[in-house]
Design a protein around this ligand. Structure first.
Ligand code: S3P
Length: 178
């Protein structure tokens, strides 16, 4: 199972979906699964029940999704790595890829988005910087690979991830190795 982690707006769902299509495997976005299960948007759930309650549901959903042997490709919510138990599970159950993006680049991509509760109101750039400072180390701790997103296209990013996975496969099973 290939698992994407990273900041909100780093491209986990877009790159994950395209990679799954390319590999011909199932793709699941854990946030979408949570919204289906809850029957409402994450934003309204946050407003009604608060962040901690959301984190409980997120941890449970990721546990179930990764235990089942799961989809071929899974994209997670930006806060999935906040709990140590989830970090350990993700790393043990899949090949984890951190799509690394800097706050300024993320802001460019998400500035018109109203669905992400943690980025609404106030100063979103400042909030992104704070989240980045809190989480960059946690994403790195969880991931087997870090892929720089910067400004390449989605197709280039998908190629970069696919190449990384192929190299990994080659290193694990060297052809004609003696
Ligand atoms: C969150 C990111 C969101 C979603 C929720 C909380 C976060 O997912 O899980 O709004 O804490 O960063 P994306 O990373 O897909 O935006």
């Amino acid at each position: 199972m290939i698992i994407f982690v990273g900041m909100p707006g780093s491209g986990k769902s877009t790159v994950g979906r395209q990679l799954a299509r390319r590999l011909g495997v199932e793709f699941v976005d854990s946030d979408q699964r949570i919204e289906q299960d809850l029957g409402c948007s994450i934003r309204s759930f946050f407003e009604r029940e608060g962040e901690e309650r959301f984190r409980d549901i997120e941890a449970e959903t990721l546990d179930v999704l990764t235990l089942q042997g799961g989809p071929g490709v899974l994209s997670t919510g930006g806060g999935a790595v906040l709990r140590e138990s989830t970090r350990q599970r993700l790393r043990a159950r899949g090949r984890v890829i951190y799509l690394h993006a800097l706050p300024d680049d993320i802001y460019r991509r998400v500035r018109h988005d109203t669905t992400r509760p943690l980025l609404q109101g106030g100063n979103p750039v400042q909030r992104l910087c704070t989240l980045y400072e809190q989480r960059d180390g946690l994403y790195r701790e969880t991931a087997h690979y870090v892929v720089e997103t910067g400004r390449p296209t989605v197709a280039t990013l998908v190629n970069m991830v696919a190449m990384q996975l192929e190299l990994d496969e080659l290193a694990a099973h060297p052809a004609g190795g003696s």
